[in-house]
Ligand binder design. Structure first.
Ligand code: APR
Ligand code: ZN
Ligand code: ZN
Length: 374
């Protein structure tokens, strides 16, 4: 019985970004009011965690990274009513408090209680539930899944179907939901349309699945990694482009291939250059471009405003524009009804203690998603 007690467990601690994470014994405090302590069972390795480790996305250190997780509620703090011990849950970085301006708006999904845009890395009361070697550790985006136990706010915890396989649906905590929802909810891809997807990692591949589900007739996939291009064909990409094989800018290639540009374009890499290329790849009059990648801290997106005056739309969203606690369970239902297949995204599995090897696989371009098991 661990309820109400500090739990000592293994976690991957990022002390500095220029060294591998170190596996440490950490103490995890019991959940306070409105909080939930979760035993992590599975976690994916997402490109955003890699941006942190590569110094492109700054978060307060030391930190326990990881946000694409699934687990089981171990105990709950005072006042928690939406989950109970034993429930299967997902750890999502966008809360849904159901009270803020964004949550109360029909379309808003970026709850004002989020800790992603300018991460502080602490619970809402300004304290931490993690201690290691006498030092307090930060959490990552209100989640932290590279640990056997984590503490999250109830408002960021998505309750799952009891039968959901955690070693698969963990991808619904970030990568799949982000990509798929960008196509379905934010772009609103239409049947018969032409789409172009920049970056075919876990997120971009999920955009492809969303475009296909929405009935796109042509899906152009762009990546500098030939293996990613080959794999994406099985997901529904009809045309593969490797920018390294062309002398002219890739947006020009897309515009020529499509006549006047794609109906919908998506950026799932996280660089300014590819964001501009995605914008310029969509039709100048009615094209819609959705930015999904997280660009390096302090970078600025610059383009000639004429690109928009002609009629284009530029958009972006976190987590596929879903209101997380309301809508992610519906995706889980779709998964349980075999309407969504996550298997093609999961290329590797590793025990949690090999998390650093999982990042090597991502950086070398060998993995789409590597899922850690605890
Ligand atoms: N042009 C084309 N493709 C590129 C380029 C480039 N200049 N640079 C990288 N890529 C490809 C990589 O080869 C890889 O296949 O982009 C893909 C990125 O995929 P992952 O590293 O697996 O990252 P993922 O988890 O899919 O996240 C993508 O979305 O949520 C954000 O922060 C996340 O910015 C990241 C993006
Ligand atoms: Zn992610
Ligand atoms: Zn809110």
């Amino acid at each position: 019985e661990t309820t109400g007690k500090v739990i000592t467990c293994k976690a991957a601690v990022t002390w500095t970004i220029d060294a591998p994470m170190s596996i440490e014994d950490v103490e995890v405090d019991p959940p306070k009011a409105g909080e939930v302590r979760i035993k992590i069972i599975s976690s994916g390795i997402c490109g955003s965690d890699n941006h942190v480790l590569e110094g492109d996305f700054k978060v307060p250190l030391p930190v326990i990274l990881g946000h694409e997780g699934a687990g089981i509620v171990e105990s709950i703090g005072e006042g928690v009513s939406s989950v109970k011990p034993g429930d299967k849950v997902l750890t999502v970085f966008l809360p849904q408090c159901r009270k803020c301006d964004s949550c109360l708006h029909a379309k808003g999904n970026c709850c004002l209680k989020e800790d992603v845009r300018h991460p502080v890395g602490l619970m809402l009361d300004g304290t931490s539930r993690f201690t290691c070697r006498g030092r307090k550790l930060h959490n990552a985006f209100g989640t932290s899944t590279f640990t056997e136990y984590t503490v999250m706010h109830e408002i960021s915890v998505v309750k799952l179907d009891e039968a959901a396989p955690l070693e698969k649906v963990c991808l619904l905590a970030c990568g799949f939901t982000t990509g798929y929802g960008s196509a379905i909810n934010k772009a609103r891809v239409t049947p018969g349309s032409t789409c172009v997807v920049f970056g075919l990692g876990g997120v971009g591949s999920s955009v492809v699945l969303g475009c296909k589900a929405a009935g796109a007739a042509r899906i152009i996939g762009i990546d500098i990694n030939e293996e990613k291009l080959a794999r994406a064909k099985a997901l529904g990409v009809t045309d593969c482009l490797n920018p390294r094989n062309f002398k002219k800018p890739i947006q020009q290639v897309v515009v020529e291939m499509t006549g006047f540009g794609a109906d919908f374009s998506f950026e799932a890499i996280g660089t300014i250059d590819t964001m501009v290329a995605a914008l310029e790849s969509c039709n100048s009059s009615y094209g819609v471009c959705v930015i999904i990648g997280v660009a390096p801290e302090k970078s600025q997106l610059a383009f000639n405003p004429m690109q928009l005056l002609s009629g284009r739309t530029l958009k972006g969203c976190f987590l596929g524009d879903f209101k997380t606690r309301d809508h992610v369970p519906l995706l889980v239902d779709d998964y349980m009804k075999n309407k969504i297949n996550l298997d093609p995204l999961i290329t590797h599995r590793l025990p949690f203690l090999k998390v650093n090897e999982g990042f090597d696989l991502l950086r070398s371009g060998k993995s789409v998603r590597c899922v850690l098991s605890f």
